[in-house]
Design a protein around this ligand. Structure first.
Ligand code: FES
Length: 596
């Protein structure tokens, strides 16, 4: 439905508006030219060492050098097809007259990395930035999919400001078990709860384990990976429709080759992220996030990306846009279907076309057309998967931003995946001082947790955990599961997986580990979630809170050296994007490595 749109040589399709801002570079204006062309000893070294690689000067002379940043590794199952895709991207680059160089960068495996892949998002971003800056590279194709790889690749590349195209990894195909469709992530939580309730045997569980992840690609729900790749497309950083193509579909291979074709022309056009990442494109990204019922993690990543691009996005803007944007994607965990169904129904272009009056259609894209031009003609083929405006999954966006005295700098709740009655709920707190405390005590019947209680977890934020892990969907006590309870109000400074669901107030800022009010909650305090007024309130007097604050001591820091220490010393709070302070865009960035 969409890849037929991608012509072999996209620059011939450039729209008039964009052409006005573009000039075409000549070969001697290429960044790589400075490395290879001069008659000096350094350039001699670059050329002779290329010959060591078996490459003659004629093979790359005067051609754009295109880096393929590949996040493949053997412990990143969501990217297991990336070696083949890298070859397909190379094919496109060669065909367009470029010179491809594959550069491996750190893959952030959501499932394998401990304590959490989020601890390493900023590390990959730094690696990407310096890899691009240090080498003779004129443009780059970024290969990502699994959750944190997407924002990390973009955060790094934006700072170098050379032409980039993002190749989204694509979602896994459909899975099923005993005739029932399965969704990675979401159904793991669901069936784990059933196992906790005693409804599944060990043998059942092993059989389920065989079926839940059917092949290459990222989680097939509208989890963080699909959310972030959809947002990347809306920002204009992918080819049109690219984010909805399943990983194993042949269209995915064709899209990879088209990325290679397109990036070469983008280099000649000198079309850089600073040309098209604007406040308007970020507002479009937030609108898309709300309409797809995207992951709460996206709020942290969009905030961080915008700061890198020099765009300020107050947290309230997410709520404003959420209030006027209906959720149209009927996808797990907020809805019923998975990403392969979304693709068959027309994918992201069809959904965005349906909400085009909510978007800035004049925002440019890497395709060389405006977003509006990219959406023209995109049709929805299944009105249950991509709902109509008069029959949305929810009338308002899937995520709400909260304030209140428990979260003075903000918190989020995924309303589309919550139990409606808990979105207005007041109950006594049961407090856990950190996640290990949850694991040790949550199933102890002596705690006497009821549906009316509010579970509080402290010290699970960026510094406290560390790395703000996805532990915010606190487990339901087994004795409540056995009674059929499947949700309860939970509040923490953690994140939760984009595939998770339940009434979980997340990203409470400031976090407990830096003395935020969350650190002062005690068992039995009344906590109230009031969605209508966007408030999470701790009903304890100011005097009593001051007394508790005077007695509070910060938890011990986790690291005394290495990257962990850098992280805990420099990371910002969730409402600021959890980036490192020293990586924010202060206007001093340049693609020039300073050595010629
Ligand atoms: Fe990679 Fe879910 S584990 S996207």
């Amino acid at each position: 439905m969409l890849i037929g749109w991608i012509p072999l040589f996209p620059p011939r399709t450039l729209s008039y508006n964009l052409l006005q801002h573009m000039s075409r570079l000549s070969p001697d204006q290429l960044r790589s030219h400075r490395f290879f062309a001069p008659d000096d000893l350094r350039a001699f070294g670059h050329r002779s060492r290329h010959k060591q690689l078996g490459i003659n000067n004629e093979e790359y002379k005067g051609k754009p050098v295109i880096a393929i940043l590949n996040t493949w590794n053997d412990l990143l199952p969501c990217h297991s097809h990336f070696r083949q895709r890298a070859e397909e991207i190379k094919r496109g680059i060669w065909q367009a007259g470029g010179y491809p160089v594959e550069m491996p960068v750190m893959g952030l495996s959501e499932t394998f990395m401990k304590p959490t892949s989020m601890l390493y998002r900023n590390m990959l971003a730094m690696e990407v930035e310096e890899t691009l800056r240090a080498h003779p590279i004129d443009g780059a194709v970024l290969m990502g999919g699994c959750d944190k790889t997407v924002p990390a690749l973009l955060m790094g590349a934006i700072m170098v400001d050379i032409p980039i195209v993002f190749m989204p990894g694509g979602a896994m195909m459909r899975a099923s078990w005993r005739g029932e469709p399965l969704a990675s992530g979401s159904d793991v939580w669901k069936y784990w709860a059933e196992r906790g309730a005693g409804n599944l045997s060990c043998e059942d569980w092993e059989e389920f384990e065989d079926q839940i992840t059917p092949g290459p690609g990222h989680c097939m729900t509208m989890g963080t990976a699909s959310t972030m790749t959809s947002i990347t497309e809306t920002l204009g950083l992918t080819l049109p429709g690219a984010s909805s193509i399943p990983a194993v579909h042949a269209a995915h291979s064709r899209m990879a080759a088209a990325c290679g074709l397109r990036i070469v022309d983008m280099v000649w056009e000198d079309l850089k992220p600073s040309n098209y990442l604007t406040r308007k494109s970020f507002e479009n990204a937030i609108t898309a996030d709300m309409a797809i019922g995207g992951s709460t993690n996206a709020i942290i990543h969009i905030t961080a990306l915008a700061k890198r691009a020099g765009v300020e996005l107050p947290l309230e803007l997410f709520d404003e846009i959420s209030a006027k944007t209906p959720v149209l994607a009927n996808l797990r965990p907020s809805g019923k279907y998975v990403m392969a169904d979304f693709f068959d129904a027309g994918g992201l272009p069809a959904l965005l076309n349906r909400i085009r009056e909510h978007l800035h259609l004049d925002a440019p894209t890497v395709f060389g057309k405006t977003l509006g031009e990219c959406l023209d003609g995109s049709e929805v083929y299944n009105n249950d998967v991509i709902r109509t405006l008069d029959n949305p999954v929810a009338k308002q966006g899937g995520t709400a931003i909260l304030g209140g005295n428990l979260a003075p700098d903000g918190a989020v709740v995924k309303t589309s995946a919550s139990t409606p009655e808990f979105l207005h709920h007041k109950g006594p707190a049961i407090v856990f001082k950190d996640y290990p405390d949850v694991q040790n005590r949550i199933h102890d019947p002596a705690l006497g947790i009821t549906e009316n209680h509010v579970l509080i977890m402290q010290n699970a934020g960026p510094i406290g955990a560390p790395g703000i892990p996805e532990s915010g969907m606190l487990p339901i006590p087994k004795y409540l599961l056995e009674k059929g309870v499947r949700d309860i109000l939970r509040v923490s400074d953690a994140r939760m997986s984009g595939t998770s669901y339940g009434t979980c107030v997340l990203h409470v800022s400031p976090e407990a580990a830096v003395g935020g009010p969350l650190a002062l909650v005690e068992d039995g305090d009344l906590v109230e979630l009031d969605l209508t007024n966007r408030k999470i309130t701790l009903h304890v007097s100011d005097e009593e809170l001051e007394k508790r604050r005077a007695a509070w001591t910060p938890p011990e820091k986790h690291y005394s050296r290495g990257y962990g220490k850098l992280f805990q010393d420099e990371v910002t709070q969730a409402n600021e994007g959890c980036d490192f302070r020293f990586l924010h865009n202060d206007g001093s960035c340049t693609p020039d490595p300073g050595i010629h």
